[in-house]
Ligand binder design. Structure first.
Ligand code: ADP
Ligand code: MG
Length: 278
């Protein structure tokens, strides 16, 4: 069964560490708009993500993808409209206590002064979840899932780009997330490592049934492992559908985004679309 024909059929998410099932979370974005000063970055965006789904948000640089993801993570509050994770406002402290949510940052956001092991142990230590032995089991298990257990004692500066991304995903797994948010997980990687990360995202979804929202401009990732794809341009959601529907789209902006032709007679940079000039 291909990803796109798979209904998000897992209503439960199984914790990769304990095997205990928890309710998978849904995400609802309703009429979300965000302004920074006069700059309208998100404009009236609405969509639903089902529990267990891999939902991809694609769009050009500067279209508002990271800002949208930060709203879902509760790191940013809407100017108008609402975001709900499992029906709850993600900016509230009590939501963070009830819903386990992890964000894999674009730049990895690992602490350079800490070893890989200590980077992963930070969250469970801070939340006093278990003694050192239990934490060690969790950390090593997460590193093993991502095949980076041999790097436990290395420092982030000693890792390749692909390993850093895998360690960042392992760190998110230690939080035992019900919702995993990825910001550009394959950017700056060679195509093979990009494909590897896509396989990891799909595997985590299949084995642990976590809800995944992936911001990317990696067309292969979007068209192969996602259940649905939303396209964001200049802060607007201009398309929402399955990978199959997206491939068939005749909308010129989507065709050009997915298969850009290099046209030196009519160069695009002369007619760039920006949030100020949609
Ligand atoms: N905290 C902020 N303050 C002001 N402008 C911001 C802030 N964060 C993002 N922006 C602007 O919002 C727009 C969208 O940014 P972003 O979501 O990072 O784009 P991308 O789609 O590349 O992830 C950009 O014009 C960016 O400069
Ligand atoms: Mg971004």
């Amino acid at each position: 069964m291909s990803a796109e024909t798979t209904e998000a059929n897992c209503s439960k998410t199984r914790n990769p560490f304990t095997g205990v099932e928890a309710d998978a979370v849904s995400v609802r974005v309703d009429g979300l708009s965000k302004k920074f000063g006069d700059l309208a970055v998100l404009r009236n965006i609405s969509f639903d993500v089902k529990p267990g789904e891999i939902f991809v948000i694609m769009g050009p640089s500067g279209s508002g993808k990271s800002v949208l993801l930060r709203h879902i993570a509760g790191l940013e509050a809407p100017t108008s409209g609402t975001v709900a994770v499992d029906g709850l406002d993600p900016t509230l402290e009590e939501t963070r206590d009830r819903v386990r949510l992890a964000l894999v940052f674009q730049e990895g956001a690992l602490f350079n002064s800490l070893s890989v092991y200590d980077n992963l142990a930070l969250y469970p230590r801070e939340h006093r979840s278990g003694n050192e032995m239990a934490i060690s089991e969790r950390v090593m298990h997460a590193l093993k899932i991502l095949s980076v257990e041999k790097s436990a004692n290395q420092f982030p500066s000693e890792l390749s780009g692909g390993m850093k991304k895998r360690v960042s995903i392992a760190r998110a797994l230690v939080m035992e997330p019900q919702l995993l948010l990825y910001d550009e997980p394959t950017s700056e990687l060679d195509p093979v490592m990009g494909a590897t990360i896509s396989e990891i995202i799909a595997t985590l979804k299949n084995e642990y049934s976590v809800t995944s929202i992936v911001v990317t401009h990696d067309r292969d990732l979007a068209l192969t492992i996602s259940n649905r794809v939303g396209i964001l341009m200049a802060g607007k959601l201009i398309s929402l559908g399955t990978p199959g529907e997206l491939r068939k789209s005749q909308e010129p902006r989507i065709v050009d985004f997915l298969n850009p032709k290099i046209d030196i007679e009519h160069p695009r940079f002369k007619q760039l679309e920006t949030p100020e000039n949609p």
